[in-house]
Ligand binder design. Structure first.
Ligand code: ZN
Length: 261
């Protein structure tokens, strides 16, 4: 259309002035109709998929036992499977350090508010910009047949300060033995991204999270036991919102999906 206008104008400018304005009006009308009845692409809301970096730290190890990195890979794969594409995890780096500790001891220190020992162990090798998973050995407490498999420190309020507190609340502490069932990492990542155990929720919150009967609760990743196998879609949505609101500083990218199929 532009080419036609240019050529005509060179032959008869007077006629073409009219033609040009007619074309312009027609073009404006077409544009108006188009914008009125067709949603502009800019108005489409894409589905956003956060991609979180994840680093692992093999603590208390000075010999590279390839079994552990293999299990780490399997755990990240399972993590991606259980987050059903709502959040993606990219294994970034694996570190190894001979400095070790026992997970239950670290947890006791943490609960007492004694952070010096934990910081002394993890700070020297800590990398910013990813979820840092520290692997330690564990043991069964006296008179108990179960061992602590993981814990995740979180802010109780003012979640908007996660970024300025980084990397202090970017940590998940886990037992090597927790890599075996693959669900420990999924459970701890649930806490990391704002989820609580079902028994910590009131009836209204439980309902809102899609935990509406005993079966849904018992098989949920935020419960304990061998039967845990899924998140609800409400939990996945909540975690994604948490990530996009408070944890963008841990992301390698955000994928915007305009797919309308
Ligand atoms: Zn828990």
């Amino acid at each position: 259309m532009n080419a036609w206008v240019t050529i005509s104008m060179s032959i008869n400018p007077a006629i073409n002035k009219i033609k040009f304005s007619t074309i312009c009006s027609a073009a404006v009308l077409t544009l108006f109709l188009f914008s009125a009845f067709t949603p502009a692409k800019n108005n489409l809301t894409p589905k956003q998929i956060p991609v979180l970096n994840i680093n692992f730290y093999m603590m208390g190890r000075d010999n590279l036992d390839m079994d552990v990195p293999l299990k780490i890979g399997e755990n990240v794969e399972y993590l991606n499977q259980e987050f059903e594409g709502e959040i993606l995890f990219e294994l970034n780096e694996i570190f190894m350090d001979s400095q070790g500790a026992y997970l239950p001891d670290l947890y006791q220190n943490f609960r007492r508010g004694a952070h010096a020992e934990i910081n002394r162990i993890v700070k020297p090798l800590e990398k910013k910009g990813g979820v840092n998973v520290y692997l330690f050995d564990t043991y069964c407490e006296e008179n108990s047949s179960t061992a602590l498999m993981g814990f995740t420190p979180r802010l109780k309020m003012r979640e908007e300060t996660y970024a300025v507190n980084s990397p202090n609340f970017d940590r998940i502490y886990m037992a090597y033995q927790g890599l075996e069932d693959r669900s420990t990492l999924v459970h701890e990542m649930g806490h990391f991204l704002g989820l609580k155990h079902p028994w910590e929720l009131g009836p209204g919150d439980k309902y809102q999270m899609g935990l509406r009967n005993a079966a849904e609760i018992n098989t949920n990743h935020m419960a304990y036991g061998a039967n845990v196998s899924s998140f609800t879609k409400q939990q996945l949505e909540k975690m994604k919102m948490h990530a996009l609101k408070y944890r963008t500083y841990l992301m390698s990218k955000i994928i915007s999906n305009y797919n309308r199929a």
